[in-house]
Design a protein around this ligand. Structure first.
Ligand SMILES: Cc1cc2nc3c(=O)[nH]c(=O)nc-3n(C[C@H](O)[C@H](O)[C@H](O)COP(=O)(O)O)c2cc1C
Length: 216
């Protein structure tokens, strides 16, 4: 075993390994702290600057997305990263058409306000479609979603999952949008994600620790 001291507290071990094994990576000290902090400090961001996310940042985030575990390694998702302003405006309009006259929940409830954006005016929208025939697709997509949220946060970018847009995009009248995005037959939208540079720094909403019980 070869040990490499990378920084003050970060010890990465590079094992000389067999052909079918990857080198083992250990995290210690400030690296461990950073990974744990990343989970605790990620927030849903609902205000973005106009600055667009770079191709390099997208590549890093998408690599994290597809490295999520999935049952039987089926990877039952199709992910589209949309930065085209015309397509973004059209998706927002389709949501407004769907919401018209309805009582919506959460931030979607404000859809009647002028200039409303269901993706909070983020310059990038990620649409994650899932294989309808795969029984674990929603769970698998949820894990990939979290990888997207956490990797973006690690790059100091902001994200917000957008469940409110799912029903609207899956309506038969919006099939043309899925076609435009090259979503294959047999797939439906599972979740959407707003992505961009954050223009707010919200506090964490309350968490319920009593929902966890340790049984010994
Ligand atoms: C599956 C899912 C769907 C969500 N849908 C929306 C949404 O449509 N609009 C929105 O503003 N936030 C949405 N959120 C964000 C939640 O409101 C947020 O995660 C929760 O309030 C906790 O806050 P935090 O993400 O800052 O920790 C969604 C979150 C998840 C996990």
């Amino acid at each position: 075993m070869k040990k490499l001291l990378l920084s003050g507290f970060t010890l990465v071990s590079l094992l000389s390994c067999k052909d079918n094994e990857a080198p083992k990576t250990y995290y210690t000290g400030s690296a461990t702290r950073a990974i744990l902090d990343n989970m605790l400090t990620r927030r849903s961001i609902r205000k973005y600057t106009d600055q667009q996310v770079s191709q390099e940042q997208i590549d890093t985030i998408m690599k994290s997305a597809i490295f999520a575990p999935s049952a039987l390694n089926k990877q039952p998702w199709e992910i589209r990263v949309i930065q085209n302003p015309k397509i973004l405006a059209e998706i927002n309009q389709r949501f407004l058409n769907f919401a018209e006259g309805k009582e919506m929940q959460g931030s979607a409830a404000k859809y009647k306000e002028p200039g409303f954006s269901i993706f909070h005016h983020a310059p990038t929208l990620i649409v994650m479609a899932i294989d309808k025939s795969n029984p674990t697709a929603k769970l698998d997509a949820g894990i990939s979603l979290q990888n997207i949220l956490l990797s973006a946060h690690a790059l100091n970018l902001g994200t917000c999952p957008l469940g409110s847009l799912v029903t609207a995009l899956n309506l038969p009248e919006n099939e043309d949008i899925l076609k435009l995005l090259n979503i294959p037959e047999g797939y439906e939208v599972g979740i959407n994600i707003a992505l961009g540079y954050p223009a707010e720094n919200p506090k964490a909403p309350i968490r319920y620790s009593e929902k966890v019980k340790i049984i010994k």
